[in-house]
Design a binder for this molecule. Structure first.
Ligand SMILES: [Zn+2]
Length: 392
């Protein structure tokens, strides 16, 4: 608060009738904002003046060969050339400030020596406002994000501007490789991107560990291992590099050699079986009982591991006998890995549901009725998950 305002404030308000608490809040907020603007400008200016004094010597006695180097010719003697006004967008509106200029005495080039060190060389939008724009944009389409930003902070960033910020941040941010991954879950989904009408695949791999218990359930600690849009080659390359101990997947991709041990998602086994039985031409009412039977073998704790494997083999034979060859193939393909979860006590996920939960977030943001570019959706989803898993 500026000197004198403490007297001005109650007087101004008491003379107006029908003043609500909201009006007082707005009014005091505006006062505080104008003080904030002044503080910001004065602080930046005095910082630069102190630095100039240190680097060039006092104004009345400038030093030759000072601490500033000319970016044009490399000469080190400069004279002061005043300040240049600049404006930056912040979450508290437009802020004006002054940027010191100096001139090289050799080549005559004028430059702003603190623009780089203060991080304001080409800055039009303050990073804190960009962060708020990103937080909105990972939840909402770009245009509503832009409108909300304007409504909340009275500053305009176009939807295209926000998209560019997201794409820049996605290029800067790397998904840090995790050294030892125990449980890795992989899933894929379609997004409306590219030129094909069905869209493109998004491949997501996350590491999941069980944390402390809350309401008698373990809190899952997730981290992003891989995200890509397009074919599955980059996913496989990442997995082969990380080489997780256990990998749970839904069987849509061939992930052989991507982990020490793989495990098919038990829920998907039954779900997919119904589809394959339909392909084999089995009537709807008969499909359910086969699914029940399979689930009984997969989850049944009364079986020993050997007993379960035998029952599983018998079910494959039964399908072959009935001429349900696609379904038999489905089971046979998963035979090697399906009971790994019973053999390995540390393999603590038998379904891909923690990654399916993330897929829901993915679809919620990606299904906005627009067609994405491959890079556009990849950038956005990368930031979305890095933020979700606190890796951003
Ligand atoms: Zn120069």
């Amino acid at each position: 608060m500026l000197p004198g305002e403490e007297r001005l404030l109650p007087e101004t308000l008491s003379t107006q009738k029908g003043v609500t608490v909201n009006d007082i809040f707005e009014f005091t907020g505006d006062l505080s904002d104008s003080y904030h603007r002044k503080l910001f400008r004065d602080f930046l200016k005095s910082y630069q003046e102190d630095e100039l004094k240190r680097l060039l010597g006092p104004r009345w006695q400038p030093r030759d060969q000072g601490g500033i180097t000319c970016p044009g010719c490399g000469y080190r003697t400069h004279r002061r050339r005043g300040f240049r006004t600049r404006v930056v967008k912040t979450s508290r509106g437009h802020f004006h400030f002054l940027l010191a200029q100096v001139q090289c005495t050799s080549c005559g080039r004028t430059h702003r020596p603190f623009a780089g060190s203060l991080g304001i060389a080409f800055l039009r939008v303050l990073p804190e406002l960009e962060q708020k724009a990103i937080s909105l944009a990972v939840k909402l389409p770009y245009r509503p994000s832009s409108h909300l930003l304007e409504e909340f902070f009275r500053v305009r960033l176009s939807h295209e501007g926000i998209r560019r910020v997201v794409s820049r941040k996605a290029t800067e941010q790397k998904i840090e490789p995790v050294s030892e991954v125990t449980n890795c879950l992989v899933d894929s989904t379609k997004v409306k991107a590219g030129t094909k009408s069905r869209g493109m695949d998004v491949h997501l791999a996350i590491a999941v560990e069980k944390g402390s218990e809350k309401h008698r359930r373990s809190v899952l600690i997730k981290s992003l291992l891989h995200l890509s849009v397009g074919d599955s080659a980059p996913l496989k390359a990442t997995l082969k590099k990380i080489r997780p101990k256990y990998l749970v997947h839904d069987g849509e991709l061939n992930l052989k050699g991507c982990a020490e041990k793989t495990q098919r998602c038990l829920w998907h086994m039954g779900h997919q079986l119904k589809h394959y039985l339909w392909q084999d031409g089995l009537p709807h009412k008969e499909r359910g009982s086969f699914r029940e039977k399979l689930c009984g073998i997969l989850y049944g704790s009364h079986y020993t591991i050997r007993g379960a494997a035998i029952a599983y083999g018998k079910l494959i034979n039964e399908f072959c006998r009935l001429g349900l060859y696609t379904s038999a193939g489905h089971l046979a393909l998963a035979k090697e890995e399906i009971f790994n979860y019973r053999k390995e006590p540390n393999l603590c996920f038998t379904t891909t549901s923690p990654v399916e939960r993330e897929m829901r977030e993915l679809n919620r943001r990606a299904d906005v009725g627009a067609r994405w570019s491959q890079k556009g959706i990849e950038n956005l989803l990368k930031i979305l998950f890095l933020k979700r898993f606190n890796q951003y």
